[in-house]
Design a protein around this ligand. Structure first.
Ligand code: WTA
Length: 642
């Protein structure tokens, strides 16, 4: 018999008695208790959840725009994620189950395996000259070596910078250059839709003109690659003779654990900095409470490690908890659309965490494909990355969860390090399109442009209030001005999320999308400014504006409006799309390039993208009398009609 984890009441869902009994947290008093003294609350969590070499002196210090957690505390992230499990019964528990895209056998790494691999790689990195505080670039597909690399860096106090393997060589180069990394970890190739992608070739291209001196290469696909003796090292050879133990570096709570680049409103991605102590505590507790993670769970978060969701819920969060997690190398619908269902069934996945885009993609397929599989192992379903529409929520709930599982819609950002707004499984409620309450010990509000708190039901800007969650970013790499400008300038002592939201009377938040020029394309964060920057660099282009157009599966897709310097040449649209792929990656590909003669501008020459967007979706454009060139609107309308 399958357990019903939720019950329905007045069109909202609540945890069933079974779920409440099982859940780590089922008493909503926790919210009140935490709110009374959030700093003391987090201090207790820090003590219970993480092993420290030395306890901190001050729990929280705030001097805006900066704040610190567990000041003076000493710990090591890798020790917490790996070492502490190998002295318990979890030594031979599966830590990572890896499912390849095609053919061959899966791999299962126990905690002890992970421990051995991480130690050896740590020593190998040391032998290549990597020291505490150095940045190491990681450009790998979803294979266990990706987590091993992150953990090995953490073990020796190096800062990891993971670059999504589907990013282009140009995107890799930008990140390697910015961080001045001297070592890069990559692989020969990997499978995507049955084809081998030569990642080493992309890496070779991307590391030109950077400071990379050594490249560690995982042998994954066995494809032929270029090799430079003295620069390139096979992972298996380096680690074969490496010592089997590497003492974890004693790190300060505020030492940087990793840099992860993300898109903002500027033409280039920014390096978000995350600390060690605060980040780990939020990763540990959010993974445990949001997904009600227990030892017998099989946790599957479908994100790539190149995104923050991968860092926190495909590496640190589950491992800190000693959980078993599944990772899958390949495309979700390969070789057939029900591949994911097949995997859930094969491994008896209990916690499944994915993006609304994927849900909408599956919804398109015949629901019978889902029904073909026994998904009764599922207990918790979760989403992240973009607002989920009601249709997708209900389909996920009814078809995938068979109306048995709660849906945990988690709102958070690269900047916040871990989830922050969502319902907790043992408390609820689970309401389509509503994320839920602030995680215990954190506070959010909805403000108007002037900073006044808006009442329930009124949409405005979402902010976070002091004390800021421990896992929050500690700055932007080498750019304190941008850090201040983006997050703190608008509301002073409140962190500005750049998201729109409103809340209900019970304090549940509904997120309504970004209020800046950042798009979420298939859950991937992309800045319109980055695309514009690439497109305007093309010799034929005089000016360009990119806007997000709604899309039923991907949420939104970029559309570029382009003014040319010269007459339009054959194939220019394709050429511009190629430029974007080359400079950023295929995920940022514009769905359309529209050539226009003029773009709607203010008298101070600022392009009004809102008008372009409304024209695209056939909505009224509003008052255009203040534009410098109101006639441009009609002209663009005519082009769009064509
Ligand atoms: C959006 C992803 C609605 C939001 C973890 C945020 C969401 C941006 C949700 C961060 C959600 C994330 N509901 N919107 N549950 N989760 N977002 O940095 O706009 O890739 O600002 O981090 O995704 O994207 P990022």
């Amino acid at each position: 018999m399958t357990v019903k984890w939720v019950k329905k009441q007045k069109n909202v869902f609540w945890p069933s008695k079974e779920l409440k009994q099982r859940a780590w947290i089922s008493d909503k008093a926790i919210y009140k208790k935490a709110a009374k003294n959030p700093i003391a609350f987090w201090a207790r969590l820090a003590e219970e959840g993480i092993s420290w070499y030395k306890k901190w002196k001050k729990t929280y210090v705030e001097k805006l725009p900066y704040f610190k957690w567990f000041v003076g505390g000493k710990l090591n992230a890798c020790y917490n994620a790996v070492d502490r499990h190998i002295t318990t019964w979890r030594r031979n528990k599966a830590a990572i189950i890896w499912e390849p895209e095609v053919g061959e056998k899966n791999r299962v790494l126990t905690y002890y395996d992970l421990y051995r691999e991480v130690n050896k790689l740590s020593n190998a990195l040391n032998s290549l000259g990597v020291k505490k505080g150095d940045v190491v670039g990681i450009y790998l597909p979803l294979i266990p070596e990706a987590q091993i690399s992150m953990l090995a860096c953490a073990r020796i106090g190096a800062i990891h910078n993971v670059v999504f393997s589907a990013f282009s060589p140009e995107a890799l180069r930008y990140r390697l250059k910015e961080t001045e990394a001297k070592v890069l970890i990559t692989c020969d190739g990997y499978y995507r839709r049955g084809e081998i992608i030569n990642l080493k070739k992309q890496a070779d291209e991307g590391l030109k003109d950077t400071k990379i001196e050594k490249v560690v290469v995982v042998k994954r696909a066995g494809n032929e690659i270029n090799w430079i003796n003295g620069r390139d090292f096979w992972w298996h050879e380096l680690t074969k003779n490496a010592e089997s133990y590497c003492k974890p570096e004693i790190m300060d709570s505020e030492d940087i654990l990793f840099i992860l680049f993300t898109s903002g409103t500027t033409g280039f991605p920014k390096g978000i900095l995350h600390s060690t102590g605060g980040y780990l505590i939020q990763a540990y507790w959010t993974a445990k409470w949001d997904f009600d993670l227990h030892d017998e769970d099989i946790h599957w978060c479908t994100s790539d490690l190149g995104w923050i969701t991968g860092h926190t819920y495909v590496c640190y969060g589950p491992l800190l908890n000693g959980a078993t997690m599944l990772i899958y190398e390949g495309a979700p619908d390969f070789p057939q659309p029900d591949r994911w269902c097949e995997i859930i069934e094969k491994y008896g996945v209990t916690v499944f965490y994915t993006a609304p885009t994927a849900i909408r993609m599956f919804l398109k397929f015949d629901s019978r494909l889902v029904k073909k599989h026994d998904l009764s192992s599922l207990r918790i379903l979760a989403t992240v990355g973009e607002p989920i529409n009601k249709e997708a929520w209900l389909w996920y709930f009814n078809e995938v969860g068979q109306a048995r599982c709660p849906i945990i819609d988690t709102w958070w950002q690269t900047e916040t390090g871990g989830t922050l707004i969502n319902a907790l499984p043992g408390i609820g409620p689970f309401i389509p399109t509503v994320a839920g309450r602030s995680f215990p010990g954190t506070r959010h509000e909805v403000l108007d442009e002037e900073g006044n708190v808006l009442p329930p039901g009124k949409e405005g800007n979402l902010v976070q209030l002091s004390p800021f969650a421990p896992g929050m970013l500690r700055g932007i790499y080498k750019d304190p001005e941008k850090y201040f400008e983006i997050y703190w300038k608008k509301y002073g002592n409140k962190y500005f999320t750049s998201d729109g939201a409103w809340k209900d009377k019970q304090g549940n938040f509904r997120l309504t999308g970004r209020v800046d020029d950042v798009m979420k394309v298939a859950g991937h964060r992309i800045a319109t400014a980055e695309l514009e920057d690439v497109i305007t660099r093309h010799r034929a282009v005089a000016e360009c504006a990119v806007v997000a157009m709604p899309h039923d599966i991907k949420g939104e897709v970029p559309v570029a409006f382009v003014i040319l310097k010269e007459k339009q040449s054959e194939g220019l649209e394709k050429e511009l799309i190629k430029e974007v792929e080359k400079n950023i990656g295929p995920i940022a590909r514009p769905s359309k390039v529209i050539f226009v003669e003029d773009l709607p501008k203010t008298r101070s020459s600022k392009i009004i993208r809102r008008i372009l967007k409304n024209l695209l979706i056939d909505q009224p454009v509003g008052d255009i009398t203040t534009l410098a060139n109101p006639e441009s609107v009609e002209r663009i309308k005519a082009i769009l009609k064509k």
